[in-house]
Design a protein around this ligand. Structure first.
Ligand code: CA
Length: 227
């Protein structure tokens, strides 16, 4: 265990070889790493060690990764979560939920890529040191405090949802492609990932409700309209 310079990452993985490889690359990147193979133990570790990020394998015996994340969110814990999934049906289940999946990787993955994704998730979570508020339609964000509102009601967003909404409302009326949003918000041009954008937009819309300024631009991407 032991937390190195970048903070402690909890890796929840029941395949020891994969866990070791992930831990090795994360440590090489300056993270402390703690590994759990079991869901209930992982949840207890999240509470006890307060990691800066959690890498969660979905396919665990007993309590699976999605249930762990749900339990964290239900307890008000929005620690960034990077899911690891081996099967398409797991991914479909994950994408249908609003549990604040900050990112996901499918197996087999490169451990170097995993470490890079963890860094990206944390960079997003650390926020922008600007003192500004942006508003578009019924949505408002304060990038200093990283708070967001739908109409007059404050809403709780994951770090990814917050960054996505901020990017959209900072470019009102502009049509943004999924690839543009991926590289601006996720920080990498993911060949795998335009579906990620759709999932996070769906989560944002659900949270913003009637105040959502986000318009789908068929075949291209999205735009935020002042309305
Ligand atoms: Ca597994």
């Amino acid at each position: 265990m032991g937390s190195a310079g970048r903070g402690l990452v909890l890796v929840v993985e029941d395949e020891a070889a994969i866990a070791e490889l992930a831990a090795m690359y994360l440590r090489r990147d300056g993270f402390g790493v703690h590994v759990e193979a079991d869901g209930a133990a992982a949840l207890a570790t999240v509470r006890r060690l307060k990691p800066v990020a959690v890498v969660l394998d979905i396919g665990l015996s007993g309590m699976d990764g999605i249930e762990i994340c749900k339990a964290m969110r239900a307890a008000g814990d929005w620690t960034p979560v990077l899911f690891v999934t081996a099967r398409d049906d797991e991914l479909d289940r994950l994408l249908g939920l609003e549990i604040g999946a900050d990112d996901y990787l499918t197996k087999p993955f490169s451990p170097r890529e995993l470490a890079a994704r963890v860094r990206t998730v944390l960079r997003r979570a650390s926020g922008t040191p600007a003192s500004e508020t942006f508003e578009c339609g019924g949505a408002r964000v304060d990038v200093t405090s990283r708070r967001a509102w739908a109409g007059d009601a404050e809403i709780t967003l994951t770090s990814t949802e917050f960054d996505l909404l901020t990017y959209l409302v900072r470019h009102p009326g502009r049509v943004l492609s999924r690839d543009q949003l991926l590289s601006a918000v996720w920080g990498y041009a993911a060949a795998a990932g335009t579906r990620t954008v759709d999932v996070h937009v769906a989560q944002l819309r659900a949270k913003l409700g009637v105040h959502s300024p986000i318009r789908t631009v068929r075949g291209i991407g999205y735009a935020a309209d002042a309305g």
